[in-house]
Ligand binder design. Structure first.
Ligand SMILES: Cc1cc2nc3c(=O)[nH]c(=O)nc-3n(C[C@H](O)[C@H](O)[C@H](O)COP(=O)(O)OP(=O)(O)OC[C@H]3O[C@@H](n4cnc5c(N)ncnc54)[C@H](O)[C@@H]3O)c2cc1C
Ligand code: SF4
Length: 454
């Protein structure tokens, strides 16, 4: 902690987003960066608290006080060394982590101006790449053991990276044509430029990890057929099944799962071509997004960039509390308050307590969605609150409707004891930082298991 009075003298400064009129016409990252001096001042806000709740809140246990101090002192190399001890891919979390650490920061409790850990993380990592502090480790001592990782999302990548550094020969099987999982085929480019993933994968390949793409592994038969080839297998297959909405009219053209739009758009930006019939686009359409979470918000930003006429987002649950604090889940916990993303700022009608009744159409194409305002009443028998209708149903005009209602938690068979499940595949849909933490933890369990056998 270079400046013990910084928190009294300096205000939190976020780099902010590119102006709406500028960013809305392209898929480039919306977030801007501070200059080096401003970034160092932001790092000085960190007070190296006696009990640093940021460690506790970050699933990776990132040591923010240590690397913020190195950053404040201008030692970017040391800052990256400290950061990368706990975080294998800070260029991902630095862009798209919701920053659980910042909500738990003591300064957030004090004046709602927590240290800008997430942005600092991204700045340290970009500086480390541009200054050449990040080079592939080519001196890894191999231990003669082999591990297969199924799935190249953040969990699989973190597991593969940890095992590779421990000396295992790691092969990653990925059903898609490139690595990243939802980083690549879910999260839009305006939040995470895919060149950032390519850069990391190139490093991992240079360190000896083998990636096999287009390999949809049938987990059960892989275990049966290939187990002899590997000492252990990590299943990091995510949550492949999205929650659907099987009400009348679901088959109409124009009703899609959110990921159908998001994954296709990211593939288009990567150069893939789709026929007019396959292409899902919001161009010139009124768009309805069902689901008030982050995936829904990514659909809104994508619809804007595709040139939609309007976007409405509806959510069946009540509107979250506004303001920085959540009385139901107080500091240092994550506040379940209303979040307004960069995509919401670009324009969107947001409504809560809205249930979907039916998709309406003409000639097989969606024209609108019948919805009903509802209320939630306490259940006299206890348990889930009861949904009661309010007023009359109404029709929201829409030619494109995107279902962003979450993902089903996968069920797994009982695998042999050298098969380990991690990431969203194990926890259900969560966050990139949690998937990475789970991948690292699972790699350590694999290591313990193999050591115990040999
Ligand atoms: C639209 C969207 C936006 C999100 N935005 C954020 C965000 O901003 N911040 C954040 O922290 N989190 C975000 N998340 C959540 C985050 O992306 C996930 O929690 C995280 O990617 C989970 O990592 P994972 O590795 O467990 O699974 P995934 O990322 O889903 O990766 C699983 C991989 O396994 C592969 N696979 C599956 N089955 C097989 C098989 N049989 N054989 C071979 N390969 C297989 C898949 O193709 C995929 O590449 C978002 C999620 C979505 C859907
Ligand atoms: S990974 Fe997320 S929670 Fe952890 S220090 Fe970085 S921004 Fe904070």
């Amino acid at each position: 902690m270079g400046n013990p009075k910084a928190f009294l003298e300096i205000h939190r400064q976020e780099a902010g987003y590119r102006p709406v009129h500028d960013r809305i016409h392209d898929f480039g990252e919306v977030e801007q960066t501070l200059n080096t001096l401003e970034r160092k001042l932001q790092a000085s806000l960190c007070m190296d608290c006696g009990v640093p709740f940021c460690h506790w809140a970050c699933p990776l246990g990132n040591k923010a006080p240590e690397w913020n101090d190195a950053l404040y002192r201008g030692d970017w190399d040391l800052a990256y060394q400290l950061l990368s001890r706990t975080n294998p891919f800070p260029e991902f979390t630095g862009r798209i982590c919701p920053a659980l650490c910042e909500k738990a920061c003591v300064l957030n409790r004090f004046n709602h101006e927590p240290t800008t850990n997430r942005e600092n993380e991204a700045a340290i990592t970009e500086m480390a790449f541009s200054e050449g502090y990040i080079m592939p480790h080519t001196d890894i001592v191999r231990n003669g053991k082999k591990v297969a990782v199924v799935g190249a999302g953040p969990a699989g990548l973190a597991a593969a990276n940890t095992l590779n550094h421990l000396g295992y020969a790691v092969t990653v099987f990925e059903k898609n044509e490139a690595a990243g999982g939802l980083l690549r085929y879910g999260i839009p480019n305006f939040k995470l430029n895919k060149a950032i993933i390519d850069r990391r994968i190139a490093l991992m390949e240079a360190e000896g990890i083998r990636f096999c793409y287009g390999e949809a592994v049938d987990c059960a038969s892989m275990v049966a057929q290939h187990m002899g080839q590997y000492d252990a297998v990590c299943m990091a297959t995510g949550t492949p099944v999205a929650r659907d909405l099987n009400v009348a009219g679901r088959e109409l053209k124009g009703v899609h799962l959110a990921l159908e739009l998001l994954a296709q758009q990211n593939r288009v930006l990567a150069g893939k071509e789709f026929s007019a019939d396959e292409r899902i686009t919001a161009k010139g359409k009124d768009v309805l997004v069902i689901g008030g979470g982050d995936t829904g918000s990514d659909c809104i930003g994508t619809a804007h960039r595709q040139g939609c006429r309007s976007v409405t987002q509806i959510e069946i649950m009540p509107k979250p509390v506004e303001g920085p604090d959540d009385p139901q889940n107080p500091w240092p916990n994550w506040p379940r308050t209303l979040k307004t993303s960069s995509s919401h700022e670009e324009g969107c009608t947001r409504r809560w307590n809205i249930n979907t009744i039916e998709f309406l159409g003409e000639d097989g194409k969606l024209t609108g969605v019948k919805v009903q305002e509802i209320d939630w009443k306490p259940n006299p028998d206890g348990g889930r609150p009861l949904m009661v209708e309010k007023g009359k149903p109404e029709i929201i005009k829409a030619e494109l409707c995107l279902l962003a209602m979450g993902f089903l938690k996968p069920e797994h068979p009982v695998y042999p004891d050298n098969v380990f499940v991690c990431g969203d595949a194990q926890s259900g849909a969560s966050l990139v930082v949690r998937a990475m933490a789970s991948g690292i933890e699972t790699a350590r369990r694999v290591h313990e298991y193999i050591n115990s056998k040999s």
